[in-house]
Design a protein around this ligand. Sequence first.
Ligand code: 0X9
Ligand code: ZN
Length: 592
Amino acid sequence: MRAAVLLLLGLAALASAATTFHGYRVVSVTPSTSAQVKLVKFLIKRHGLEEWTHTLKPRVSMDLMVPPSSFRAVLKTLYKHHMPVTIKINNVQALIDEQMKQHRVLDALPRSFDHTRYHRLNEIYSILDGVETDSELVTTYVAGTTYEGRDIRVAKVSSGGSKEVIWIDCGIHAREWVSPATCLYILDQLTSGSSEATRLLDSYDFHIMPSANPDGYEYTWTDNRIWRKNRVPYGSLGCHGTDPNRNFDSDFGGPGTSNSPCSDIYHGPSAFSEKESQAIRDSVISHNPKMFFTLHSYSQLWMTPYGYTHNLPANYNEQYRVAGVGVDALTAVHGTRFVYGNIADVIYMAAGGSSDWAYDSAGIQYAFALELRDTGNYGFLLPPDQILPTGEETFAGIVAAIDAANGYTAADAPHSPCTGRHWKATGSVENDRTVEQTHFTLRFTSRAKAIKNKPIVNEVLSDAALLKRYAREIKALQHTLALERNTDKNQKVEQVREMFEEQTRRNEELQAKVTELQTKLVVSSLPRGCLWNPLDKEAAAARRETWCAPAIRSSRMSLGHLLLPTLPSCVEEHKFVHSLPRAAGAEPGTAG
Ligand code: 0X9
Ligand code: ZN
């Protein structure tokens, strides 16, 4: 009893020591000129505004947290200089309270995954212990120990033997809570025994570091929810923390870093001075991964090197291609849009980052930094009900990128991925260009229905419906006309015919767009096995023979077949019919 009271008192003391953000707002401003950029910079300094996003350049919006005491002054200045302001979060503390409320202290530490809530570090590690015990696939190791003495742990998922390695680290920035939660989701998927996991683990070992900055992460739970860096004390000013993502040896101390220990982007006293960057460096070097993913939030970006320069790395085109495939697959799950490209152009210049180091120094050809959800409605305070969808889409994106990096060299895959078991999709495209009947339908079951919602398809559908209506109307009017000659009606027929013709033109345009889209999807998303690079004629012929010959011979399936697996490696079974308007004399069944 006494112990419980003491514990409660202790907790109360902790709670009262925490920094609070009552009445703090997050606003987004978009400077249009360099003078306005300067002004925003001045306001940040003058009022000590916390940057929630860091891009400060003309025509790019920036999210800033403004304390209530400065709100009027900041707003007044911005308005005076014609800078529009959007309030994205009206009371930061209210969102923090909401998020903390979901976290009940459980009777015992959880041993299994729960993607409905955020976890304290000891819960994350207890879950790691749980999977390590329950799953033969998982072993964990300690990659380093932090300044405050916490382990930086990594879960290795492997079905045995020694395979190519995929590295994923999360939570290098303390406040980006959805990142560790996503690492746990990925770990859950990989240990689920699904056919997809088995397929991946047939080819790869995964190393997953769910919390790359444990001291900072714990600090966000106990003291300051908005904390970003680690917790090492520096300098006489009593400031704490180095940004571990400025502490790598990739143009250390270069652009987008600060030498002030009080800054959120303090690079630390020297490259790799911090336990967190050392832990990543040492594990990465000893396991030599093929691909490196580091997960941040927020902004919805998929970034390739470099952050320290606007120059592009030698294999930029290849990294960009793979990023594009990842983003398409990610978007296909819940429609979440991501922008992709090199760090310096997509977000801002930032030297000393882990992915630049991974590419330059560790020689990893695929080194990606992702910014997960959202785009600022909640920012770092993403509600827990978005953990699951964020996990689902991120996992899909990463799997697609892994498959894409595997390139077109999977002719020797051990089984035909045409019959992979995971998602089920059936569909049909019928496109008969006679005027009265223009259909474009796609039907999918299960999660593949995401494709159905692709706006282009809906657009075509609604236009087809309109066309049909006009056709019916014309027919009806012509019918009445035949009975009684009437100029009014004649005019009406003309009007409808004009609309009809315009609509037909528009429909043709849309059909062209659909074809273009299909081609783009085909070219950009070739997973292993039953797909082939249509540009590589020889490989295409061989692949066709090996995997899909029977299906292709027996139907006019080729285009649809190529379209569907844009959800790479997740299509359980697909029947797909694409009947294009047949050229005169062409036999059915000869396409492809
Ligand atoms: O600034 C960062 O470290 C990342 N953005 S965040 O808002 N999550 O802090 C971007 C990382 C980009 N990578 C490199 N600069 N190498
Ligand atoms: Zn970050």
